[in-house]
Design a protein around this ligand. Structure first.
Ligand SMILES: [Zn+2]
Length: 516
């Protein structure tokens, strides 16, 4: 097994070299750490006898001291579809203080009872959106220096760069366990930076709760989105935005609690996502305490200038030509990844943009691949484009130059990182690396392969022509097979149809964009 693993690792490395600078030169992608390729697996079998949890993956131990973990969904008893909020502690706190330990020394087996390699206290709660419905929860970790919980503690957890903010992602609807791990890594190879990810196994108050992925969160930081620091009164400011939903109760007129960019698309509702909510740009950097009116105004004017360009009749060569303002490569790569993976939330949720005072507006880093590749609550077609009518992208697609760049980059990536052979081998390697951890995860969560045991929001719903059993995977292998099958099929459709993107830039004056 070890030789085969080494062999395929070499093949991947050779492919990365063969791709050369053109595919991986965007930034730090070439230095990306792929745990399944680089983490040394112990050479000798463990002599522990296997009575304890014994794993080649890092272990994270969390002790709550018996406190209930806040952040569960509170539903309206009158209408189950209405979310009233999230649970808090008895005193109304949204987080609890817990202790966290890791067992992660390289090249040795890890056991539930091993001495900790790193430890600290942390604010802890359930995180996520739809994943809060799942029995296997996702958690937010904010490391703190002491029991007052007021001072951040930055630790290099599982070999990632030191920070205090982490997301502990527990794949549940994604029965392959792979989506976030694989696609954060490959997105980093394509786009330069994406949150780092490490597989681990988690013990919560001594109870084994399965395979998790510890992820970097998206924030302004030296090791994450590295922007020039905020300087009060500087007149120009670097910023990081997150696109997320906003309910009717949250419009600027009602006095939103978070800073929303009031730009052209906000006012014209171009970004309407569904009937109950629209999308807004939330300011995530500078931090809330630095968001003076002047800073918010600066960001709003910047975004408005970009939108004025995009929505003008002369968006390419005019005074506000978009290439002067946005990093086109990042918009091209984001487009290709979202279309390739069929991301339901593309350019409406879990979408970030950032601009350093010294540079152009970038889209990224990517976030939340839990539902990609037909792992949504309903069947996702292998056919069609998602982004051609989504606000900014609708406009970009009217420019032949942009469409040309998308098609050329797509064809290039399909010869390398996004080729069937590369993806097939990469996924097989990750599955092989997880090895017996998959079985251990199934011992806790394997019951969920029976969709009859799951509530509506915990499984995929069948289309008209299929049964509940058809719509849901029956085993780990089945889940991986379905993911690969969809991916190859989607890629085949894109290969055959990507050229048709030219229709959007040839449409006469693109009247449909304006009328809708
Ligand atoms: Zn052992």
């Amino acid at each position: 097994m070890k030789y085969k693993l080494l062999g395929s690792a070499m093949a991947v490395l050779m492919l990365l070299c063969a791709l050369g600078a053109s595919a991986v030169d965007r930034d730090s992608g070439a230095n990306r750490y792929h745990q399944h390729l680089s983490a040394p697996v112990p050479r000798e079998e463990c002599g522990c006898g296997g009575e304890d949890l014994c794993t080649h993956l890092p272990i994270i131990r969390i002790e709550t001291g018996g406190q209930e973990i806040p952040g569960s969904i509170i539903r309206d008893p009158e209408d189950e579809d209405v979310v009233l909020g999230y649970t808090t502690t008895e005193t109304g706190a949204e987080e609890i203080l817990v202790s966290i330990e890791t067992v992660e020394a390289e090249g040795v087996w890890h056991h539930a009872s091993d001495e900790a390699d790193q430890s600290g206290l942390a604010w802890f709660r359930i995180r996520g959106n739809s994943s809060r419905n799942f029995p296997k929860k996702n958690y937010r970790i904010e490391l703190v220096a002491d029991e007052t919980g007021t001072q951040n503690l930055e630790l290099p957890l599982l070999g990632m760069d030191p920070d205090n903010d982490w997301a502990l992602h527990g794949p549940f609807l994604d029965k392959t366990l792979l989506r976030n791990y694989v696609w954060m890594n490959l997105s980093a190879e394509i786009m330069g930076y994406a949150p780092e990810v490490r597989f681990c196994e988690v013990l919560l108050d001594g109870e084994y709760i399965g395979v998790y992925v510890l992820m970097e969160t998206i924030k302004e930081d030296e090791y994450r989105v590295d922007l020039s620091d905020y300087e009060a009164g500087a007149g120009a400011y670097s910023y990081l935005l997150e696109m997320d939903g906003v309910s009717d109760a949250q419009t600027p007129a009602s006095g939103v609690t978070e800073a929303v960019v009031e730009s052209y698309t906000w006012y014209t509702n171009q970004m309407e996502f569904d009937e109950v909510s629209t999308t807004a740009f939330y300011i995530r950097y500078p931090h809330a305490e630095d968001l003076t009116e002047e800073v918010i105004d600066y960001i709003q004017r910047d975004i408005s200038r970009i939108e004025r360009g995009l929505y003008s009749s002369d968006m390419v060569t005019g005074r506000y030509g978009y290439e002067e303002e946005i990093d086109v490569d990042s918009f091209v790569d984001y487009y290709i990844l979202q279309e390739f993976l069929a991301v339901n939330d593309a350019f409406s949720r879990s979408t970030y943009l950032y601009r350093d005072i010294r540079g152009k507006l970038n889209i990224g880093p990517v976030w939340d691949y839990n539902n990609v590749l037909n792992n949504f609550f309903h069947e996702f077609s292998r056919e069609g484009f998602l982004l051609e009518d989504r606000s900014w992208y609708g406009r970009l697609m009217t420019d032949e130059g942009f469409v040309q760049r998308v098609i050329a980059r797509y064809r290039q990536l399909r010869q390398g990182i996004l080729s069937d052979d590369y993806l097939d081998a990469y996924i097989d390697d990750v599955v092989e690396y997880l090895g017996p951890a998959i079985q251990r995860n199934d011992e806790v969560w394997g019951w969920s392969y029976d969709p009859d045991l799951l509530e509506v929001r915990q499984r995929r719903e069948p289309d008209a022509d299929e049964t509940l059993e058809d719509a849901n995977p029956h085993s780990y292998e089945d889940a991986v097979g379905r993911m690969k099958g969809y991916m190859f099929s989607r890629a085949e459709w894109l290969d055959e149809n990507i050229q048709s993107l030219y229709q959007y830039c040839h449409r006469s004056k693109n009247a449909a964009q304006w009328v809708q």
